[in-house]
Design a binder for this molecule. Structure first.
Ligand code: NAP
Length: 303
């Protein structure tokens, strides 16, 4: 006997965090709330404003409207031409703000060239801003008193919660610092007691930072940026990225095949964060309708 033994290499695939299934459950759980609101005389209603003819935006709007219908939320589509001006959009927003039967307002982004997006978002009544993009709602999140948490970051957190990932004390790395995804995700992870590092296009030696992560969230918009050697063995990887390749395939920011062999859990694209974003939009719309119900109090006024 030589006493030497062949080293065993055990390759285990990460478990897949099934955002599609989790989102379906979240949506199902929302139905009793919509029914209760209806019984109280409130038809939960989301207005979706789409300006222009961007095909991806049209698909997103269609999916959102369909998801609303599925849980019994009424939707109102406001379709505007590509030539819509900021002033025209402000007029539409003012009408929706004043309409007591509308509980949530969503303006599908991107808006046509020439429209001042910030001005339009700022015009949405904060209590109807179910996308959570209004500065008041962003500020409330940062102040630790959230009203509407924007949908994608809320979806990321819900996926982590449903997967029973322990965030307290975990090292988390967020790739991307956008106002809509990276920054709020980092704020939410911090609030959940993770130790958070945010990376961006100027971060030096990205891999050295990402390899420290127990929880890695990628929200960059670069297909396959995160490779297996950038991931700590056993990490939980949440891929927010949605990238359309020339072949037509939809991929995330993470090299799914490679990283699956290293991570303990990973979200696929599609079927990970995307469905959760819509589920969180429905949840926020119901929150808005509930707030309307409590502000109505027992005065019995119509919606
Ligand atoms: P964004 O506004 O373009 O921000 C991208 C961020 O990534 C920026 O902070 C940028 O850094 C950083 N970045 C770019 N290249 C990088 C690199 N090589 N290394 C490290 N960081 C880099 O994008 P976003 O709106 O946050 O969206 C990010 C991705 O998520 C996109 O693919 C988008 O389609 C997707 N998304 C998905 C959902 C969903 O429902 N699943 C929702 C929203 C967005 P700088 O700040 O330095 O420029």
């Amino acid at each position: 006997m030589t006493g030497t033994r062949a080293r065993q290499v055990i390759v285990t695939a990460a478990s897949v965090i099934d955002g599609k299934a989790i989102a379906a459950q979240v949506r199902a759980d929302l139905i009793p709330d919509v029914t209760a609101l209806r019984d109280a005389g409130i038809i939960t209603t989301l207005a979706v404003v789409l300006a222009g003819d961007d095909p991806a935006s049209q698909v997103y709007v269609r999916n959102k409207v369909r998801a609303c219908e599925e849980v019994g939320i009424a939707s109102r589509r406001v379709l505007l031409p590509s030539a819509t001006t900021t002033a025209e959009l402000l007029h539409v927003i003012a009408e929706l703000n004043a309409d007591a039967t509308v509980h949530g307002i969503l303006v599908q982004l991107p808006l046509p060239r020439g429209v001042d997006t910030d001005t339009v978002i700022d015009a949405i009544a904060p209590e109807k801003d179910v996308d959570g993009f209004h500065p008041e709602n962003v500020g409330r999140l940062m102040a630790g008193r959230p009203r509407f948490v924007s949908c994608t970051p809320a979806g990321v957190m819900r996926l982590l919660a449903e997967t029973r990932v322990v965030l307290s004390g975990a090292t988390a790395v967020v790739l991307g610092r956008s106002r809509t995804v990276g920054q709020p995700v980092a704020a939410l992870l911090t609030a959940a007691d993770a130790t958070v590092t945010v990376c961006h296009s100027r971060t030096r030696d990205l891999g050295a930072v990402t390899r420290t992560a127990d929880v890695l969230v990628a929200a960059v918009g670069r297909p396959g940026l995160v490779k297996a050697d950038m991931v700590k063995p056993g990490a939980v990887v949440i891929d927010v990225g949605i990238n359309r390749l020339e072949s037509g395939a939809l991929v995330g920011d993470v090299d799914y095949a490679g990283v699956s062999a290293v991570a303990s859990a990973i979200t696929p694209v599609p079927g990970g964060v995307g469905p959760m974003t819509i589920a969180m939009l429905l949840q926020n719309t119901i929150l808005a309708a509930k707030a309307r119900l409590s502000s109505r109090g027992d005065r019995g006024a119509p919606q």
